[in-house]
Write a protein that binds this ligand. Structure first.
Ligand SMILES: *[C@@H]1O[C@H](CO)[C@@H](O)[C@H](O)[C@H]1NC(C)=O
Ligand SMILES: *[C@@H]1O[C@H](CO)[C@@H](O)[C@H](O)[C@H]1NC(C)=O
Length: 241
């Protein structure tokens, strides 16, 4: 037992094996729910052969023993040295909590991708616009749609904020694409990491614009060739030549 007291007094985390199965271990818990650590508390529980022997709870500010023997031990522990040591631990606990919060409470800006997905040919709606918001933190986010500056409420579905598994989230919002070519459609993302809402305008994909351009150019060439051929043919058929 003397050894046990030594161990607690010098605050070593230990497993003491004494011949057969005599074993002592201690658990230190530091907890708090405010980012500046002002409500931090420390609880140190010391077990002897898996039975709670003595514990210190910073809310009480003293050591309590759970058996008659342990209470005697607690009396010894409730002296200046142990209490001073554990108060230092409480200060450390506040520092740990402040640091942990400063890491955990970082805000991470989302990455946004807007794209058009083609629906099956037999579907009622030709396509869906997808606004995919990736890698943001915290979870709370607002993803909405604007059509010619007006908020769209119908024809919109959305997933929840889905955890990536790396503390970041993603969310996808779907808008049935029934608009004409001239409608201006935008996806609006509001998130604590952003000072003001970010607006992403939908522009027809460069691919389809390119295709239209190629088709138009080809049409122009075909037209010109036909016109030239027509002219030549016409010249050849001038009567009297
Ligand atoms: C410490 O004591 C307080 C007040 O009695 C109690 O609310 C808290 O649960 C205790 N902590 C632990 C870890 O037992
Ligand atoms: C520890 O503190 C509590 C609350 O202040 C008190 O009720 C209890 O008697 C104290 N125990 C010891 C062993 O001093």
């Amino acid at each position: 037992l003397v050894l046990c007291f030594m161990v607690i007094l010098f605050k070593y985390f230990v497993l003491v094996f004494n011949g057969d199965t005599q074993c002592m271990h201690a658990l230190l818990k530091c907890q708090g729910s405010s980012s500046d650590g002002h409500d931090a508390s420390v609880v140190e529980k010391t077990y002897y052969n898996k039975m709670l022997y003595v514990q210190y709870n910073s809310t009480w500010g003293n050591v309590t023993g759970s058996t008659k023997m342990a209470r005697k031990a607690a009396d010894i522990l409730n002296t200046y040295y142990y209490l001073r040591g554990i108060r230092e631990t409480l200060e450390l606990c506040k520092t740990w909590i402040t640091r942990a919060y400063s890491i955990l409470a970082q805000k991470v800006e989302p990455k946004v991708r807007l794209r058009l997905t083609k629906a099956p040919a037999d579907s009622e709606h030709p396509a869906t616009l997808v606004c995919s918001v990736y890698n943001f933190y915290p979870k709370e986010i607002l993803v909405t749609w604007l059509k010619n500056g007006e908020r769209v409420t119908s024809e919109v579905t959305s997933t929840d904020s889905l955890p990536n598994g790396n503390w970041l989230y993603q969310r996808h919002s779907y808008l049935k694409y029934t608009s004409t070519h001239w409608d201006k459609i935008s996806c609006v993302v509001e998130h604590p990491s952003l000072e003001k809402p970010r607006i992403y305008d939908w522009e027809p994909t460069p691919e389809s614009v390119k295709n239209k351009f190629i088709l138009g150019t080809m049409g122009l060439i075909v037209g010109l060739v036909s016109f030239a051929a027509g002219l030549i043919y016409d010249r050849r058929n001038v009567p009297g030549k």
